[in-house]
Design a protein around this ligand. Structure first.
Ligand code: NAP
Ligand code: MG
Length: 407
């Protein structure tokens, strides 16, 4: 069989620990035998990030800007313990944060669902995609401990002389204080990314915040979304029969729980952090959560939502074979290749992305799965297998699909 042709490279970003092991297995067994892979390779493994003063991460981000599609393996975000473990020169920033800053994108997370794994919320029938604004607010906040009695003020000094000053609180005792900010440019890009992704995936878009309490801050988010929608996307939404609406976060949570799923829920940074963990847990497993970063100018970076699965890696280093779930990482590859195919008009490559995902789902539906999923399935016979056997089972089904054999 001829290998499937590519015309433009994708940006391949390797990573760390157990997911780095999975990465190679996936490439060797599920990609390279079938696709004439064109990829520009960046090793974002921690040793190379350290050697290059993290330049490699920036270069990878720029390459995604250039080519438009990237696929990334999970990477370690160093902490104090990693400084010693890897003898690092610096506590490098999270590569995801660095790449997000370069692409100015929004992260969309959606679960991979199968019939055998019933969401905790019984009425959820379709995946719920959480879109998290990954800039500002609490994550760029300034805060301190107020040690004694005194006055806290919020002051803005404008370049052209504007000045606002407001008392935050007249402290009669010690306490705490925090300030947060966001930028119009970032909120606008967030809105554009969300509307574009809704159109691309043909799903309704919900946006929620707390504008009843935060009458300027959250209200501004709401206004920006409405303006961007009215000016740029309303016509397309109408044409596709899609809906956009804003609702108070309290109401949104109630509606999400009562819904059937099948929509995108856009959230501010903190709300998105917390709600995406809730949604993924309720759907079953972090190992089944996909993640894609979309920039407002149409660049895409695919990855798994989980980390490097350190605990399994230490077992692997001890010579033990593990049953680590590769689903989300495989879907990062299938998503990136399909997107590349769409951008370059390569139908075979798009179809390959679809078939690879079908082969994965078929394998699970046949009751062959990794250990983490066996405990979650309901109403079917399931057998826990090692990662390599799981991947082999997917390959067998993929080969049949590519050869056009009906299962
Ligand atoms: P993690 O790697 O997501 O793993 C946490 C636990 O979740 C695992 O120990 C495992 O549970 C389970 N799990 C996650 N993915 C799994 C999979 N594919 N198959 C089977 N089980 C899976 O999170 P972490 O241990 O907190 O973080 C490890 C490293 O990853 C850290 O250095 C962190 O900086 C990094 N990280 C990177 C990213 C990213 O690159 N996007 C995201 C998050 C974290 P059991 O051990 O019970 O089997
Ligand atoms: Mg979180």
């Amino acid at each position: 069989m001829d290998k499937i042709r590519m015309t433009t490279p994708i940006v391949e970003m390797d990573g760390d620990e157990m997911t780095r092991i999975l990465w190679k297995m996936i490439k060797d067994e599920l990609i390279l035998p079938f696709v004439d892979l064109k990829a520009e390779y960046y090793d974002l493994g921690l040793p190379v990030r350290d050697e290059t003063g993290d330049q490699i991460t920036k270069d990878a981000g720029e390459a995604i800007k250039k080519y438009g599609v990237g696929v990334k393996c999970a990477t370690i975000t160093p902490n104090a313990q990693r400084m010693t473990e890897y003898n690092l020169h610096e506590m490098w920033k999270s590569p995801n944060g660095t790449i997000r800053a370069i692409l100015d994108g929004t992260v969309f997370r959606a679960p991979i669902t199968i019939d055998g794994i019933k969401p905790v919320v019984r009425n959820w029938k379709k995946p719920i995609t959480v879109a998290r604004h990954a800039y500002g607010d609490l994550y760029k906040g300034t805060e301190y401990r107020v040690p004694e009695k005194g006055k806290a003020e919020l002051v803005f000094t404008g370049e052209n002389g504007a000045e606002f000053r407001e008392t935050v609180y007249d402290f009669e005792c010690p306490g705490i204080i925090q300030s947060i900010y966001n930028k119009d440019s970032s909120i606008e890009s967030f809105a554009h990314s969300c509307f574009k992704y809704a159109i691309e995936t043909k799903q309704d878009l919900w946006f929620s915040a707390k504008d009843t309490i935060s009458k300027k801050y959250d209200m501004h988010f709401r206004d920006v979304f409405q303006k961007v929608y009215d000016e740029c996307y309303k016509a397309q939404f109408d044409e596709l029969g899609l809906t956009y609406f804003y609702t108070l976060i309290d109401d949104a949570i109630a509606r999400v729980i009562r819904s059937e799923g099948g929509f995108i829920w856009a959230l501010k940074n903190y709300d998105g952090d917390v709600m995406s963990d809730m949604v993924s847990t309720a759907f079953g497993s972090l190992a089944m959560m996909t993640s894609v970063l979309c920039s407002p100018d149409g660049k895409f970076e695919y990855e798994a939502a989980h980390g490097t699965v350190t605990r399994h890696y230490y077992k692997y280093l001890n010579g033990e074979e593990t049953s680590t779930n590769p689903m989300a990482t495989i879907f990062a590859w299938s998503g990136a290749l399909r997107k590349r195919g769409e951008m370059d008009g390569l139908e075979d490559l798009q179809a390959f992305g679809d078939k690879l995902e079908e082969a994965c789902i078929d394998t699970l539906n046949d009751g062959i799965m990794t250990k983490d999923l066996v405990g979650l399935v309901d109403g079917m016979e399931a057998k826990a297998v090692l990662t390599k056997d799981f991947i082999a089972a997917i390959r067998e089904r993929l080969e049949k699909k590519l050869a056009g054999v009906q299962a």
